[in-house]
Design a protein. Structure first.
Length: 249
């Protein structure tokens, strides 16, 4: 990618709060990620702490839906996040040096994959300023039937929305006043093919539908970067923890 392309991406990100880059990864790169994922699930997952691995149905390993901090257990995923093209992109959109924080796995198993509640990542991050970005890499086709990601265009400039407890495993918080006419007017869905990349700002409101298909999963990888200006916001963290502990599911 040349300097002009980076600049265009930065401008689009600044205006809309997200960027969609089709075919950012080629087929070989997608295959390499999927291979590592398979190895990881077989060899690493059995020894991972329970809070880093989530299932739709705890009693059924085939329903694996989410994993956290995969960079800590796999040099491959660490290299994908640190010193990589993704890191360069994160720096380009935030306009500062970044620190790779988390490599995540997002799957929606067929039939039972639940919707991703509308949220802003910054609500979970508790940082000030809220300079952070999430990269979402499609590993399989994602569409309306199996739960593609959607954004509210420009929502990164409209402040933090109120969040409340959900019963969704892996996404404990949902925007409580989501769905206004203004929201619906700015809603944009992003069907994606393997290798496509979505990048969103930590303040961008996003969600994804459930997987209603009979046999297609919806696998994706998420990479989170904080800008180096982002510092822990202890006040926000305290409020978040208080809300978390006081709300009932
Ligand atoms: O994959 C999904 O359904 C949601 C992903 C997400 O919320 C994120 O990448 O921040």
């Amino acid at each position: 990618m040349n300097a002009e392309q980076y600049e265009q991406i930065r401008k689009d990100f600044e205006r809309d709060g997200y960027v969609f880059i089709p075919a950012f990864f080629n087929a070989d790169q997608v295959t390499a990620v999927k291979w590592e994922l398979e190895r990881y699930i077989t060899e690493v997952v059995p020894g991972m702490p329970a809070n880093h691995v989530m299932y739709e149905d705890m009693t059924n390993p085939a329903t694996l839906k989410q994993m956290q901090d995969m960079q800590k257990y796999s040099a491959f995923f660490n290299d994908l996040m640190c010193g990589s093209e993704m890191e360069k992109l994160a720096e380009a959109v935030l306009g500062e040096k970044v620190i790779g924080k988390n490599v995540e796995y997002f799957n929606k198993p067929p039939r039972i994959g639940k919707s991703t509640p509308p949220h802003q990542d910054a609500y979970y991050f508790n940082i000030k300023p809220t300079e952070a970005v999430t990269m979402w890499m499609a590993l399989e086709d994602a569409d309306d039937e199996n739960g593609c990601v959607s954004y509210l265009v420009g929502s990164h400039k409209k402040g933090m929305r109120p969040h409340g407890r959900t019963s969704t495993i892996g996404f404990s918080q949902s925007i409580t006043d989501y769905g206004t006419a203004e929201d619906m007017a700015s809603l944009k869905k992003f069907p994606a093919n393997p290798g496509d990349l979505l990048i969103h700002h930590a303040m961008t409101v996003h969600a994804a539908g459930p997987n209603t298909t009979e046999s297609r999963s919806r696998k994706a990888l998420g990479l989170i970067y904080f800008g180096e200006s982002a510092q822990p916001d202890l006040e926000a963290k305290e409020a978040y923890m208080k809300a978390l502990n006081s709300q009932t599911v």
